[in-house]
Write a protein that binds this ligand. Structure first.
Ligand SMILES: [Zn+2]
Length: 511
């Protein structure tokens, strides 16, 4: 065996460690063409790369926390194959950008009251350092969900607040509504994730002194406020008396306030944008609020059809870094791919994988714009879903297709190995709207046959077992990837709230 080290520097330039075999596969595009010798050499190269890795123990000037909502390990494995196959490459050998990061760990996602968590409790754990209940934003478990008076005495300070007090800049980016659970936990304290605008806030909560989540973004009381916030959820900021510029529908606010106008009035430097053209034109020296849809942004696979033009997650991430990096003291940025989760809830594997692919592009953009010497990037998920990757398909089979074997002529043929002798897809869900037992499904002939025509529909819903209106979250652990200063602290299996402590330590923030 030759032990020559073949380190593909393009993929490995950032200290990546999983990149040796991916690089080798690029040269032998069909996986089956890889010889036993090259597998061995790739293994040796991966070993040498790990042995040469040095821990960067310096403090981090900047930290970017990426949260792929609902991006569990099954989603990552399927998305890496989808990403490679979408470029005509060997999908199995492919790695997504963040999978090349040197440090990886598992995070336990349960909340103090649920085995299977939601995004509010999990984001709060990562952003405040304490696990809490599902359904609440950056409030400790001392307060019950929905109890305003108790919540006002149970506020858990967030990384954004601590960073801002220390003179850093702070940003929040999401493909979901910017008031949704994950981004909301960055800047708001609310005993209920659903209190997104004043019309959603119960009277007794208003009387007890609680503010809606959109209002808290505008009123962020630390330093000179949030520096950049980009996402969806425009209707939460506009009064019911005004029409949305894109859809003409009324805003949701009952108090008559236009929070986008209030943002602009804060200073000459505050800027509000609502489409991609305006975002591109906004100077990076501005304090920037961008709201690109009345509710969540479009799914990436449907974004090209947006009327007013919508930025991608990578576009928003780039703009946020351009704004934040003007602060020489550093910044904290949270970027959420909120719609991986939504596509899973619809039962759309294609949607979830395209969102994950775009998420990986946003991470790559962020890593390329920053230095691994001074910027810690952590990439994780808040909770899992019920996607299963199953059924012995042959290597190279379309990850979104029917599970297929390869015949003697090298042609993929759908397997009829299920007990009912019918084909099935490689990706299925444990539950959801695609359940074969859902209302209206004709079971007289047994399990319906998924056809190639069904699968070609963009919003095809994978077959599922338990009928639920929306596919549910899963309780499995989620991966955490890290690159940059103190990334070595991301290792082993830990409670999700540990992520806060790594970030605060890397930034050397004092609470
Ligand atoms: Zn969800």
């Amino acid at each position: 065996m030759k032990l020559t080290l073949v380190l593909p520097l393009t993929a490995c330039a950032l200290g990546a460690i999983g990149c040796a075999s991916a690089g080798a596969a690029d040269e032998n595009d069909a996986g089956s063409a890889i010889s036993p010798d090259s597998w061995y050499e790739d293994g040796q190269a991966a070993l040498a790369a790990r042995k040469a890795q040095k821990s960067n123990k310096k403090h981090a000037k900047n930290v970017i926390l990426f949260i792929g909502d609902g991006m569990d390990p099954t989603t990552v494995a399927a998305a890496r194959i989808f990403d490679g196959q979408s470029r005509g490459e060997d999908g199995e050998a492919n790695l997504l950008s963040f999978e090349k990061f040197p440090n990886v760990a598992y995070s336990k996602t349960y909340t103090t009251d649920y085995q299977v968590a939601d995004s509010a409790g999990t984001a709060s754990a990562m952003l405040t350092g304490v696990k809490t209940r599902s359904g609440v934003l950056s409030i400790s478990a001392d307060a019950p969900r929905g109890d305003c008076a108790a919540a006002l005495n149970a506020v858990a300070p967030t990384l954004a607040e601590i960073a801002k007090r220390a003179g850093l800049s702070v940003g929040v980016v999401s493909t979901a509504a910017i008031t949704h659970a994950t981004p909301g936990a960055v800047y708001a304290h609310s005993p209920d994730r659903d209190w997104a605008d004043d019309s959603a806030l119960p009277e007794d909560a208003k009387e007890a002194g609680c503010k809606d989540i959109a209002q808290q973004l505008i009123d962020f009381p630390y330093g000179d406020g949030i520096d950049v916030a980009l996402g969806g959820g425009r209707r939460r900021f506009l009064p019911s008396t005004s029409a949305d510029p894109e859809t003409g529908n009324p805003g949701r606010r009952a108090d008559g306030r236009d929070l986008t106008a209030e943002w602009v009035e804060k200073s000459d430097n505050h800027r509000y944008v609502w489409n991609k053209e305006e975002l591109d034109a906004a100077p990076s020296s501005s304090k920037l609020l961008g709201l690109f849809e009345p509710s969540h942004l479009k799914l990436e696979m449907e974004r090209a059809g947006d009327k007013a033009g919508e930025p991608s997650l990578a576009d928003m991430t780039q703009k946020a870094i351009e704004v934040l990096s003007r602060n020489e003291d550093g910044y904290f940025l949270m970027v959420e791919a909120g719609r991986i989760d939504h596509a899973h809830h619809f039962g759309s594997a294609r949607g979830a994988l395209t969102e994950t692919q775009q998420y990986a592009k946003a991470v790559a953009r962020a890593r390329a714009m920053t230095s691994a010497k001074d910027t810690l990037i952590i990439v994780t998920a808040d909770h899992g879903h019920t996607l299963a990757f199953q059924g012995y398909p042959a290597k190279g089979n379309d990850i979104l297709g029917l599970a297929a074997g390869k015949n003697d002529d090298g042609v993929y043929e759908p397997m009829n190995a299920a007990g009912d002798k019918k084909p099935y897809t490689t990706l299925v869900y444990a539950n959801g709207p695609g359940s074969v037992f859902a209302n209206g499904v004709d079971l007289s002939g047994g399990r319906p046959v998924p056809t190639e025509e069904d699968l070609s529909k963009p919003r095809y819903r994978q077959q599922a077992l338990i009928p639920t209106g929306g596919e549910t979250h899963g309780g499995q652990d989620v991966p955490v990837y890290a690159s940059g200063p103190r990334a070595y602290l991301i290792s082993g299996v830990f409670e999700q709230n540990y992520i806060f402590h790594v970030i605060a330590d890397a930034l050397e923030l004092e609470e």
